[in-house]
Design a protein around this ligand. Sequence first.
Ligand SMILES: [Zn+2]
Length: 302
Amino acid sequence: MLAGAGRSHGGRTVLALALLAAAVPLACRPAAQRQARVAATVFPIYDIARRVAGDRVDVRLVLAPGLDPHGYEPRPKDVAALADVTLLFAVGLGLDPWAASIARAAGAGEARVFELGPLMDPILAPPGVVRSEPLIDAHFWTDPLRARHAVGVVVEALDGLDPEGGPFYRERGAALQHAIDALHADVRDRSARWQRRRIVTFHGSLFYFAARYGLQVVGVVQPVPGSEPTAQHVSALGALLRPPDGAALFVEPQLDSQLARTLARDAGVSVHVVDPLGGGPAASSYEDLIRGIAHAMDEALR
Ligand SMILES: [Zn+2]
């Protein structure tokens, strides 16, 4: 069972709070009426959790937008912010290995890490130019249908934490899944118009998106996040990019793009920007994050 289930409200209080919630915008409500209990490591799962949670649970984001989860080292204030959290949603699959230690360091005792990634039918990035052996891609949310499944998992987790809120979470989860269905239909329509199908990403972040929408990730500039690729790897990438049939090259705002820009210049091709993590002003919701990826593909693959 999930920690903290014993802290549910009395029925009368919940009804009163629900009525109040319907009548008064969140920002106007006294802070004391909200309980900070849940956190999420990275933006995509944070946005899902906060939208399912509504104002029944205060959901916090650990990794500030713009930072790279692979190279992140928790700061003392990030740990302190988790002190009263009973559940920490994480991706797992190697993306946020610091989740367990930050939960432990927060000292809440009850804090537990809930990894969503292993429940999302993880896919293997194929061997080849990526690296010599296959690797598991952690960025499951770039496939909207997997994100849709994650919504259901988050609903169940919050229901376990706060059973009286179950119907509330289920209703909000259903609305979010409906929005994700529309998002998927939109991206699927757009993907039908993409002329090019081969892409090179900066790190292994878009295998799920590619698999869902008929693209092929033929190379990754930085196969191991944060480490320099070999000269052999760099020259193999150069060959993949060369016109006229070269793959489209993408960099990511969270990662240093110098190497990719040099590759693009040498191959005489342009470099495109794609944000697989979101959370910034241009991608402040899950849907905006995915539409941003689709927009980057519209520009690069027509
Ligand atoms: Zn990543």
